[in-house]
Design a protein around this ligand. Structure first.
Ligand SMILES: Cc1ncc(COP(=O)(O)O)c(C=O)c1O
Length: 379
């Protein structure tokens, strides 16, 4: 049993699941070339937005015939744009296994008032992916940030599906491989895996998704920030850097820096390897300690970004209070910030392992977790 404090602290204690820690080489100086006080529609601004789109395409391997847009209101904005613009044309199947996926179900059933087939699973599990009817449009979250459960790959999605797949990939993009041929709408936000700023979302559309937009008009009103077509044609500018409304050029500069850093660590392959190495540290720790376990019930569904852990020691009577107290101790020591489980999720800890987190910092944190657990259990 560890009672004395470990000797070393993580150099960077930021393990939040969003906004996530910035690339290790980041400083405010990284933003010095931002075209502040200039119109985002001036050449300098448009060029930066275009570069953000094309570098995203390059790193994520998005096919040339897919559209990539920078949209308002972060990942939520990107998902809502897709749901409100595309659903209603055919049946809808929605998957959820944690609170973000459940939130999209609420929107579609309570706001759009569509009848959906809802496949749900408890925190820690995935719904039965073999039960999905791909004649429907299928809405799902690739990596459930609040349970640490992800789909293992895209094999469950047929290539010849009739419906569209609409995928919230905000805590998966840049850490897990996304099979573009299986995804018609993909969304993420800058504030997640690349440690960018909040409020800007990315929406990626397959040719089939564009076809839906151009051939289907939903029966409900669409606010300007959701509208992607004009006169039955895609507004192409949105996907070349002429954003719907004004973006923050400071945030764009920050995202460009993050993309450059991502390239410097080997792009998608390098980012995934960094997240996998972080997860591997935690896997070794969990294997060596019988008082802690993953919330994800099977290894192939374990997230390599939002790693969710639960305490399993039989002496714990109030799980929520215990987990909170451990997180508080770690925060007070300055070794881990913001690692309490999400408010709607089962009690425990959530340690962000995306590529901007250094493996040495995860390794330095884990002995502290042991220390905090033992300090708390012996109270
Ligand atoms: C899976 C998932 N979807 C949506 C969101 C909302 O993202 P944003 O606040 O960037 O809109 C989050 C944020 O944590 C998330 O993890």
């Amino acid at each position: 049993m560890t009672t004395s404090q470990p000797g070393a602290r993580p150099q960077n204690p930021r393990f939040s699941s969003g906004p996530c820690t910035k690339p290790p080489t980041w400083s405010l100086d990284a933003l010095r070339d931002a075209p502040l006080g200039r119109s985002h529609r001036a050449a300098v601004g448009k060029d930066k937005l275009k570069a953000a789109i094309e570098t995203t395409r390059d790193i994520l391997g998005v096919p040339a015939d897919y559209k990539i847009g920078i949209v308002p209101a972060s990942d939520t904005g990107a998902v809502e744009m897709a749901l409100w613009s595309m659903l209603g044309a055919r049946g809808v199947t929605m998957l959820s296994w944690e609170s973000f996926g459940a939130g999209w179900v609420t929107d579609v059933t309570k706001q759009l008032k569509l009848d959906v087939t809802h496949l749900n699973a408890d925190y820690g599990q995935l719904p039965d992916l073999s039960a999905i009817n791909f004649d429907d449009d299928v809405v799902f979250t690739w990596n459930g940030t609040t349970s640490g459960v992800r789909v293992p790959n895209g094999d469950f999605i047929p290539a010849d599906r009739a419906g569209l797949t609409i995928c919230d990939a905000t805590s998966a993009a840049f850490a897990q491989d996304l099979p573009w041929d299986k995804l018609d709408v993909t969304t993420f936000s800058w504030q997640k895996v690349l440690g960018g700023e909040a409020a800007h979302g990315v929406l990626i559309l397959s040719p089939r998704a564009v076809e839906r937009l151009e051939n289907y008009t939903p029966p409900w009103p669409l606010p300007k920030i959701f509208r992607m077509t004009k006169g039955g044609k895609l507004i192409d500018g949105i996907f070349t850097g002429a954003t719907i409304n004004t973006p923050s050029m400071l945030c764009v500069e920050d995202y460009l820096f993050a993309l450059d850093w991502a390239k410097s660590v080997g792009g998608q392959t390098g980012l995934k390897a960094r997240a996998d190495a972080n997860l591997a540290e935690i896997e070794a720790f969990v294997a060596a300690n019988d008082w802690i376990d993953f919330l994800a019930e099977t290894p192939e569904t374990r997230s390599n970004t939002s790693v969710c852990l639960k305490f399993t020691d039989g002496r714990i009577t109030d799980g929520a209070a215990f987990a909170k107290a451990v997180a508080k101790r770690l925060e007070a020591e300055g070794v881990a910030l913001d690692i309490g489980a999400y408010r709607d999720a089962p009690a425990g800890l959530r340690i962000w392992c995306g590529g901007t987190v250094e493996t040495a910092d995860i390794a330095a944190l884990l002995p502290w977790l042991d220390w905090a657990f033992n300090a708390e259990i012996s109270q």
